[in-house]
Design a protein around this ligand. Structure first.
Ligand code: DHB
Length: 473
């Protein structure tokens, strides 16, 4: 072969886990020393297009090589914790056991290892990734295909690796939370097969046992309508600019005339969508909205906020300063949803929030292809578009929305958190997800924790309690 054709990554990678290729690492977690084998940068497909991202770090407590137990787990039964580090649908590398940069706390990987979990943290390609020909190689559905390939690798090697690949528990935040949900919803779906085959993914199933997701930015096809249903009366939005790591700028922008004009149109689409889902509450009562966006579904969303406020009060917080909460005997009994959304949450996006008319949203960038950087992915924005634009392929849009697959998923266990102070997507979006899952008889732990903005992994003790409970029942 001519030297010029020798691509660094045209080499074929083995899908067999090499048990001997590790280093021993130690860490202090909650005052206790832990030791584990670190298998880092393990490429999980045989024909990667970028090994920086199509690889994972695998960490295994040393006890599992010494025939010992950690708590109730051993080498055969330990669940596999699968956290991704995806944010903003950008490329992400495999995660490592470190202290959180901001808080100094043990990250989820360290906590998992200390509790006897095997950890596999996959990297994934993201929307701005290019190859040496300046082609975009991380556009949708690249990230979900990569995570599926990582799951297949773990299952393919289950016999020779400690940990139980039938107990894979995915975790992620925001775009990473969305991918975690999608991984659970779309296990083994044929629509992804050609992508997996092209990468040389292992021949194994890619369904998982459980999903944890913080503020998942999902259901992008309907998220613009949901956003205006909640924030259609708000005309200012907060822009958060990451100037450089550790320094952010926050300023307020006002929607343009053109953006204000689409708000009522999008808001009007939402009741039709909600009603088409035929959602039911715990008592079998149908959740709907009328033309004005009012109805049982709205009261249902509010109930999660009210429950969250009452939990915060029971934990000693004083919420009496919030005029939009209605109190009776020191308990919250009502919520002025409009004022809460405007004054406490406040908009964090323009309109449409996700499929921007000028293609400027991160999600437009997610749906580009090899040569086109940004596309529309909804009929609405394609029709109203203010710039010359293409529409994303319908199958690719389908592959990125977990709502399309819930009725067929075998994943039973779901934990979903959406902070009651998080305006990156409408609270309706996670409520629809949780309710749809419950209506399909899944076990769903869903809450909107009080005062929590757009972030994740803030309640690791509770997360691992849930993981222990589902893993040992
Ligand atoms: C993320 C946040 C967003 O508001 C969004 O639209 C997509 C992704 C994120 O933090 O990952």
């Amino acid at each position: 072969m001519a030297a010029s054709m020798m691509h660094a990554q045209s080499k074929e990678y083995s899908l067999n886990f090499d048990s001997e290729k590790y280093t021993i690492k130690t860490a202090q977690v909650a005052g206790k020393e832990i030791s584990f084998r670190a298998y880092e940068n393990v490429v999980y497909v045989s024909h990667p297009v970028d090994v920086r991202y199509q690889s994972m770090n695998i960490y295994i407590p040393v006890e599992y090589y010494e025939g010992k137990n950690i708590r109730k787990y051993n080498a055969d039964t330990a669940p596999i914790f699968l956290p991704n580090d995806v944010g903003r649908y950008m490329s992400s590398q495999a995660g490592a056991p470190i202290k959180d940069r901001r808080t100094g706390k043990d990250n989820a990987i360290l906590v998992a290892l200390s509790k006897g979990y095997v950890v596999a943290s996959p990297g994934a390609r993201g929307r701005k990734l290019t190859n040496d020909k300046a082609q975009y190689i991380g556009k949708a559905p690249a990230a979900i295909v990569d995570l599926k390939a990582a799951v297949r690798y773990l299952r393919f090697n289950d016999k020779i690796m400690p940990g139980n690949a039938e107990k894979i528990i995915s975790n992620g935040t925001s775009a990473g939370g969305a991918l975690s949900v999608l991984l659970g919803a779309s296990g083994n779906q044929k629509i992804y097969h050609s992508y997996l085959n092209e990468l040389g993914a292992a021949a194994a199933r890619d369904d998982i046992f459980a999903v944890s997701a913080y503020c998942p930015i999902i259901n992008l096809d309907n998220a613009d309508a949901a956003y205006e249903w909640q924030y259609g009366h708000v005309k200012d939005y907060k822009v958060i600019n990451l100037v450089h790591p550790g320094y952010i700028e926050i300023f307020t922008e006002t929607l343009t005339e053109e953006q204000i004009a689409v708000q009522p149109k999008l808001a009007a689409m939402f009741p039709k969508y909600v009603n088409s889902l035929k959602l039911k509450d715990e008592n079998g009562k149908t959740l709907t909205l009328n033309d004005k966006g009012e109805g049982t579904f709205k009261e249902y969303v509010k109930k999660f906020v009210i429950n969250s406020a009452n939990k915060a009060i029971s934990e000693g917080n004083d919420l009496s300063k919030y005029s939009w909460l209605e109190f009776k005997n020191k308990k919250v009994v009502g919520l002025d949803f409009k004022t809460y959304s405007k004054e406490y949450l406040s908009r964090s996006k323009s309109a449409p929030a996700f499929d921007a008319l000028d293609l400027s949203a991160g999600e437009n960038n997610l749906f580009g292809d090899l040569t086109v950087d940004n596309k529309h992915f909804t009929k609405f924005s394609a029709t109203e578009s203010s710039v010359k634009a293409e529409m994303a392929d319908v199958d690719i849009v389908k592959m990125m929305n977990p709502m399309n697959f819930i009725k067929n998923t075998s994943t039973q266990n779901w934990r979903i958190r959406h902070g009651a102070k998080d305006a990156d997507t409408s609270l309706a979006i996670s409520t629809i997800l949780a309710t749809t899952l419950r209506n399909h008889k899944k076990a769903v732990d869903f809450a909107m924790p009080w005062d929590i903005v757009h972030r994740g992994d803030y309640d690791l003790e509770e997360l691992f309690e849930w993981m222990d409970k589902i893993s040992t029942k």
